[in-house]
Write a protein that binds this ligand. Structure first.
Ligand SMILES: *Cc1c(COP(=O)(O)O)cnc(C)c1O
Length: 388
């Protein structure tokens, strides 16, 4: 038996769209690029969308577009995929981490103001696992303190906050389309913005710094090759057409898990959406209760893998990645809530067509793996609430 962690949902319409591009000869900078961009702009209710070759490239261009440079500071979450902080390093600026909310796992907005310094230029909130951040609080702080917001919505396409799609609360927002995401283009990312000059600037940067008016060998500024091919864009168009269906299918899988988790008291399941928000489920991440430690969690993941069940420690804290320890001298204890949670989280198999039977198989294996840890590893620890 094999149940992978993630699986792209590729259907006949996707195959046909990709083949059509291959047959057309227009493999890059063809008609599928603006068509995909317009579709993303439509679903995110943004004025402009700029497609690039990854979510990471998209974040990089947003950081550049915000004018972030050497020595500037950007406030973000240490509990995220590494790209959301690396994009700040690309411009020799400093990611300043703020600890997370232990319930939502998103940046704790109530701690942001204390982290602002005269060098702070932007806040980069991440909608972790597809759950919207407290955007009201974040935009209030950003407006009051004159900071730019760059929304990392890479895990959250289709998620809503006060009925509005995420990705649109600030200057720019980013969606990503790697094969483990809700929708995929193989590789890909999209910047959304309501600012025409930012959209044009990003279009130029993604295409070697060419301005629209320039010839092919005229380069206005230092640019990159961050182009997304029409093959990828065609896939994006057919995938995006199914967004509502995909969101519903994933919410259904999350419900199957929620139900099964009621039988496993050693596990804390994800909370339902906050009342003012709607989750677009990216992954289903559970957390072992406080009496377990990181070694227990790693043993559970290893046991699941031995049975052919994909599982992973989403996310190891960014500040404890070797690069960040080396560059900034971070040690364990710097962001205690993030570390407490990151020590105990397990991402379980999660994709559109995962069946209820497969979910039950995963949960049975999870339960057995936890029980086989035995009583002796279960050291009594101070609960998180007492430490926060
Ligand atoms: C997936 C993801 C990205 C972008 O990843 P790419 O692989 O570069 O597309 C950025 N931030 C977060 C939080 C992500 O999950």
């Amino acid at each position: 038996m094999q149940i992978p962690l993630a699986a792209p949902d590729i259907r006949e319409a996707d195959r046909a769209a990709v083949l059509e591009v291959l047959d057309s000869g227009a493999l890059s900078l063809g008609p599928k690029l603006p068509e995909f961009e317009q579709a993303v702009a439509r679903v995110s209710r943004s004025r402009y969308a700029v497609a690039v070759n990854s979510g990471t490239s998209a974040l990089h261009l947003c950081v550049k577009a915000a004018g972030i440079r050497d020595g500037d500071e950007v406030i973000t979450s240490p509990f995220s995929f590494v790209a959301s902080a690396n994009c700040v390093l690309f411009e020799r600026a400093k990611p300043v981490f703020v600890d997370i909310d232990p319930v939502t796992y998103n940046i704790d907005a109530s701690r942001i103001e204390a982290a602002i310094t005269p060098r702070t230029k932007a806040i980069l909130p991440v909608h972790v696992f597809g759950r919207p951040c407290a955007l009201d609080d974040i935009t209030y702080i950003a407006q009051k303190r004159g900071l730019t917001i760059i929304e990392d919505a890479c895990e959250a396409i289709g998620a809503k906050y006060h009925n509005a799609p995420v990705g649109t609360s600030g200057q720019t927002g980013v969606f990503a389309f790697y094969p483990n995401k809700q929708l995929t283009t193989g590789e890909g990312g999209v910047i959304v913005t309501d600012d025409l000059s930012i959209a044009n600037q990003c279009r130029s940067w993604r295409n070697q710094g060419r301005a629209d008016s320039d010839g092919w060998l005229e380069h206005d500024t230092l640019g990159y090759n961050y182009r997304l091919s029409d093959i990828n864009c065609a896939l994006g168009i057919t995938q995006l057409a199914r967004l509502d269906e995909v969101i519903l299918a994933r919410a259904q899988v999350a419900e199957f898990y929620d139900e099964a988790m009621r039988e496993i008291p050693e596990v804390i399941a994800p909370r339902p959406s906050e009342p003012d928000a709607m989750i677009s489920w990216f992954v289903y991440v559970v957390r072992l209760t406080d009496e377990f430690n990181r070694a227990d969690r790693d043993r559970v993941i290893a046991a699941l893998k031995r049975q052919g069940i994909g599982a992973r420690n989403y996310f190891p804290p960014i500040h404890l990645q070797p690069l960040y320890q080396r560059m900034f001298g971070y040690c364990a204890g710097a962001f205690p809530i993030t570390e407490h949670i990151a020590d105990r989280t397990i991402a379980l198999p999660f994709f559109n067509h995962l069946t209820q039977g497969e979910v039950e198989t995963v949960c049975l294996s999870l339960r057995n793996a936890i029980h086989s840890l035995g009583g002796k590893t279960r050291v009594a620890r101070q609960p998180l609430a007492a430490r926060a």
